[in-house]
Write a protein that binds this ligand. Structure first.
Ligand code: PMP
Length: 501
């Protein structure tokens, strides 16, 4: 078994270079080169376009640092849980636009129809179209724990806005986040975030002690924050609750996900986050629950209601939008949200109100699409969630049994209904993000991604599985068949599923 961790220590002073050497050794095995060749031969049209695009477009999802997919596809069409590339290859799509299309799949007919009806006569942005009021009423019905809402375009906007609102309300500056938390790409959010942005398990986590975790952003262009701005709390550790109590007079807010994609284990995360939220309530520090991923995806009211997590503000993104039209929201206590709403006298707003408005905020087409999509979900009601949970429980069990039978440490890990990934996990305790980062072999995940692609299962850059109404049970059975076939291929070639410790 190749020991990536050990070999990363062998190139003096440059663990990343050593890690790269070990990665190169694994990925230049003849059978992997052959797989890449075979895939490239199937995608001449994509390859040609990708090369041209690279020269012109830095921000396409296919060029996203840390998450770029192997041999990117140029995707021509999408319907339900299927996509087709420009070369005519068809795939079962488990990526579904980073989960944003997981509710009903790509291009659900009633949503497309609703948007078509307004196209050509809608006002564009910067107005109050009738759908805005209808949609607010629907949000209030689906999220009865929120008194008021504000709409934005992305999850990043929503968490940024929630922090700004909490700062405006409290007049304080310090924000606390949990190590490993993913809240988008604004500067504060990009500190101590998911381990894949930090290079783990190749690169060590920053120091942690009784004062919390040292704030770090390994990303170019993100200035190191001030201790007045950010307090990083240890993950799944009661010290986090104590730190909040200790800093209660400085804290503008604490932000946390109910369960994070950096640590997709509900049963371990929820008691910690609930304790954090309850501490905030007790010491009167606003708590922001980031439900960008879990909103409408853990029962219709989300995790705040399902698990009774008290929050002052809650952020929504992903499936609140539909057809990929950007929309996000902050919901919660009116007292905090009111900082974003005029007093009615513009001049009297100075010094009391904040500004979060942007030109395309609450996009008019996104509102129509979101309204149609969430109305469908409301009409499906509990049946939607029962069906999704049954499909996922079946797949999770089948994958585990297969792993046990073939001695492959493969799991379907994930949360809600359903946000997850196929993952190889080394033995050992999984108490927090650090343990998970150590247990994962990112190279094996990359190879599995390639092998799934070869078998017509599209998971973008890692073996993700976002699902919901998008996939039928038959779709997931097909994913299972292709997955198990891919795993047997890895086993035949003795690929290391986990890193030796
Ligand atoms: N919060 C959470 C919990 C997320 O997972 C993400 C996206 N991965 C964001 C915020 C940022 O959302 P967006 O990509 O729409 O900016």
């Amino acid at each position: 078994m190749v020991n990536l961790v050990e070999s990363s220590g062998t190139v003096a002073g440059n663990p990343a270079a050593a890690g790269n050497a070990a990665v190169a050794e694994l990925l230049t095995q003849p059978w992997i080169i052959e797989t890449l060749r075979e895939l490239a031969a199937r995608h001449p049209g994509s390859l040609r376009r990708v090369a041209e695009l690279r020269a012109l477009d830095a921000s396409s999802p296919i060029f996203w640092p840390f998450h770029a997919p192997p041999l990117p596809l140029c995707t021509a069409e999408a319907w339900g849980a299927r996509i087709r590339d420009v070369d005519g290859n068809e795939f079962v799509d488990c990526h579904l636009g980073w989960g944003a299309q997981a509710l009903h799949g790509h291009n659900p007919e009633p949503v497309v129809r609703a948007v078509r009806e307004v196209l050509g006569r809608s006002t564009g942005n910067g107005y109050f179209p009738p759908v805005a009021l209808e949609h607010m009423k629907l949000l209030a019905e689906l999220l009865p724990h929120c008194e008021k809402f504000a709409l934005f375009n992305s999850g990043t906007d929503a968490t940024y806005a929630a922090i700004r609102l909490a700062r405006a309300y409290t007049g304080r500056r310090l924000v606390a986040k949990v190590e490993g938390g993913l809240h988008g790409v604004h500067d504060l959010a990009m500190h101590n975030t998911a381990f894949w942005y930090h290079g783990h398990p190749m690169v060590d986590f920053p120091p942690a002690g009784p004062e919390g975790v040292a704030p770090v952003s390994p990303l170019a262009g993100v200035p190191a924050v001030d201790a007045q701005d950010l307090l990083v709390l240890p993950h799944c550790d009661e010290l986090a609750w104590e730190l909040v109590e200790r800093h209660r007079h400085e804290l503008a807010c604490v932000i946390a996900e109910p369960v994070s994609s950096s640590f997709p284990f509900e049963e371990k995360s929820l008691p910690f986050v609930k304790g954090l939220a309850e501490t905030c309530r007790r010491v009167r520090v606003p708590f922001i629950l980031d439900e960008v991923l879990t909103g409408f995806r853990s029962g219709i009211h989300g995790m705040a209601v399902r698990y009774g997590i008290p929050a002052d503000l809650i952020t929504y993104g992903k499936v609140i939008s539909a057809l990929g039209l950007p929309l996000s929201a902050v919901g919660g206590r009116a007292a905090l949200l009111d900082a974003a709403q005029t007093s009615g006298m513009s001049l009297a707003d100075l010094g009391h109100k904040t500004c979060l408005n942007t030109t395309h905020l609450g996009n008019h087409l996104a509102l129509v699409a979101s309204h149609a999509s969430l109305s469908l979900l409301r009409d499906q009601g509990e049946a939607y969630y029962d069906e999704t949970r049954a499909k996922v429980a079946w797949l999770r069990g089948a994958v585990r049994r297969f792993g046990e039978t073939h001695d492959i440490p493969i799991y379907l890990v994930g949360f809600g209904d359903f946000i997850g990934s196929f993952a190889f996990l080394a033995d050992g305790p999984l108490r927090n993000v650090r343990d998970l980062a150590r247990a994962i072999n990112p190279i094996a995940m990359y190879v599995l991604t390639l092998l799934l692609r070869k078998r017509g299962v599209f998971t973008f850059s890692m073996p993700l599985l976002f699902t919901g109404g998008a996939h039928s049970r038959e779709d997931l059975e097909l994913v299972y068949d292709r997955l198990t076939d891919a795993l047997l291929e890895m086993k035949r070639h003795r690929f290391p599923f986990v890193l030796a410790s």
